[in-house]
Design a protein around this ligand. Structure first.
Ligand SMILES: Nc1ncnc2c1ncn2[C@@H]1O[C@H](COP(=O)(O)OP(=O)(O)OP(=O)(O)O)[C@@H](O)[C@H]1O
Ligand SMILES: O=c1[nH]c(=O)c2[nH+]cn([C@@H]3O[C@H](COP(=O)(O)O)[C@@H](O)[C@H]3O)c2[nH]1
Ligand SMILES: NC(=O)CC[C@H](N)C(=O)O
Ligand SMILES: [Mg+2]
Length: 510
């Protein structure tokens, strides 16, 4: 039993499942055009039609399969989904005079979807089209100043629609609205992280059978948690490989080896520094760097696999943000989301990949993996570690990299991260990093002129790494960091702090 979410290409589709998970309900995402038969396999108690970039009046607009709207289960349409419901029931949808984007206050609301909700209701909007004529049997149950038809319902047929996005955090009471929909569907809310673990284990066992699995492990949260999960799922068939690509932080290789040993993970460290540094020599374009790194990772795993016998499967701790930013879409079919950057483990994979990928966390967000990690008993110091990207320092050294630049950046990074720990600020940030810029500027030290590099420091707070705020670190702390860095790293004579959120920036600089 589940709620089926039909995806019409919204950036937020995955957030709908996430909210349902938080509410203790199990749901699955299927492509918007999935067949009726496929949908019925999920035994749905309710259906959500997601938002999407298309307009329902376009010839080529994606539509649910015939019969879906006739199913005798409640259906909630979100944005595009609501417009579709309205159009199908004989209403009309037109391009609105004004595009509505961002927060809007509901000037009135009521009806079953809003049951029990009180006070102001801030709704997050992102649409150009609007329902301009209400279909028969429907009632308008919410409006904003700009959009007279902001929510509709037909309690007879149990069809509901909202023009805003209840699934994003910018709609603070959206969770309650989704809970009301679950109630209408009669969903029992007893789904939790332990169920997720059982399900993930069963899925891995079904996928892998007796095959041998090479686990790409970095010592980070995702792959370490995956190590514990796979140890339970396919124990003996597992070999974990950690790659030292020369782009790691100061002392990281030793720390990772020391941290993973007690977990009982059978770990092999591969020294691939020469291969990575050679392949990256002289390359300055960020996307090209990412693609080369993705390819070199796979080549290193292949070399290792050959030495150890035959491996069908490569397991990676890929998370949902890696997938959506690499333009993977909610179900990994490149369904219209934009390519922001090619994460080494998704968009950076070479075309001639000979492994089958095992990526149980591909639909999850970081904080959900941390919850799984807690249940599997991952030690706190690994569980709460800041993420560190697979391409490592290479994407924090802007432009072409070199051994010398890696060495400079390693020392700056170490001063900053150790400083955060020393001042008790590490856990208050979700991620912190140092960047080596190619900018050289004039300074004066010991009465002498310097002409050296500028380092940038960045720290952010975020839950899901999809959006982030820059961390308001104390000035005194930043002053201490700046001092230490210019004093101890002679190649740096200027330090700046990045005060940009995501969006419009991203967390990493490349
Ligand atoms: N040095 C490495 N050696 C082997 N595999 C790696 C390495 N770096 C990254 N990977 C693989 O790429 C995946 C994605 O990297 P990513 O940094 O997003 O996750 P993580 O390192 O497991 O966790 P975290 O986000 O906390 O750093 C990892 O889960 C792992 O499978
Ligand atoms: O394993 C990874 N391989 C990659 O290619 C990669 N690129 C970005 N990141 C991490 O993803 C999160 C979001 O980063 P951005 O805001 O820079 O896109 C941040 O936590 C980044 O550190 C990566 N992780
Ligand atoms: N976010 C959405 O689902 C948008 C739906 C439709 N494309 C519109 O602009 O109104
Ligand atoms: Mg990592």
């Amino acid at each position: 039993m589940s709620v089926v979410i039909l995806d019409f290409g919204s950036q937020f589709t995955r957030l709908i499942t996430r909210r349902f998970r938080e509410l203790g309900a199990y749901s699955v995402i299927l492509p918007g055009t999935a067949s009726l038969e496929r949908i019925l396999q999920e035994n749905p108690q309710g259906i959500v039609l997601s938002g999407g970039p298309s307009s329902v009046y376009d010839e080529s607009a994606p539509r649910p399969a015939a019969g879906v709207l006739e199913l005798d289960v409640p259906i909630l349409g979100v944005c595009y989904g609501m417009q579709y419901l309205a159009q199908q029931a004989g209403g009309d949808v037109k391009r609105a005079g004004k595009r509505e984007y961002g927060k809007a206050d509901l000037t009135r609301y009521g009806g079953q979807l809003f049951a029990g909700i009180q006070g102001e209701f801030v709704a997050w909007m992102s649409h150009s089209d609007s329902v301009t004529a209400l279909p028969q049997g429907y009632e308008v149950v919410a409006e904003t100043e700009d959009t007279p038809v902001t929510a509709i319902e037909n309690t007879q047929t149990r069809r509901y629609g909202v023009q805003f996005h209840p699934e994003v955090v910018h709609t603070p009471k959206g969770g309650q609205l989704l809970a009301n929909f679950l109630e209408i569907c009669g969903v029992t809310r007893d789904w939790n992280a332990e169920h997720i673990i059982d399900e993930l284990i069963a899925d891995v066992q079904a996928q892998v059978g007796n095959g041998k699995v090479l686990l790409a492990i970095s010592g980070g949260v995702d792959s370490s948690t995956l190590g514990l999960l796979l140890a339970r799922a396919v124990g003996e068939q597992l070999t974990a490989v950690f790659i030292d690509h020369g782009l790691l932080r100061l002392g990281e290789r030793e720390q990772v080896e020391a941290a993973l040993k007690p977990l009982g993970v059978n770990l092999i460290t591969v020294d691939a520094r020469a291969e990575f540094m050679g392949a990256l020599d002289g390359v300055s374009d960020p996307e090209q760097k990412r693609k080369i790194i993705g390819r070199e990772f796979i080549r290193a795993f292949e070399r290792e696999a050959r030495g150890l016998g035959h491996f069908d499967f490569l397991a990676q701790g890929t998370l949902y943000p890696d997938v959506i930013e690499s333009a993977g879409g909610a179900h990994g079919d490149k369904s219209g989301a934009a390519n922001i950057k090619s994460h080494h483990n998704v968009g950076g994979l070479p075309d001639d990949l000979n492994f089958k990928l095992v990526e149980p966390f591909r639909t999850l967000f970081k904080d959900e993996v941390r919850e799984i990690a807690r249940l599997l008993g991952l030690p706190e110091h690994i569980r709460m570690r800041h993420p560190f990207p697979g391409p490592g320092l290479a994407i924090r050294c802007l432009g072409a990299i070199s051994e010398e630049k890696m060495d400079i950046l390693r020392r700056v990074d170490d001063i900053f991260i150790s400083g955060l720990r020393e001042f008790g600020l590490y856990d208050g940030c979700s991620q912190a990093l140092a960047i080596l810029t190619p900018i050289q500027s004039v300074g004066v030290m010991g009465d002498e002129r310097t002409y050296s590099y500028t380092a940038a420091l960045r720290a952010v707070t975020t839950d899901d790494f999809m959006t982030a705020e820059w961390a308001r670190l104390p000035y005194d702390f930043l002053a201490t960091m700046s001092n230490r860095i210019v004093n101890q790293v002679h190649e740096i004579n200027r330090v700046v702090y990045d005060i940009t959120g995501k969006p419009p920036a991203t967390i990493e600089w490349e």
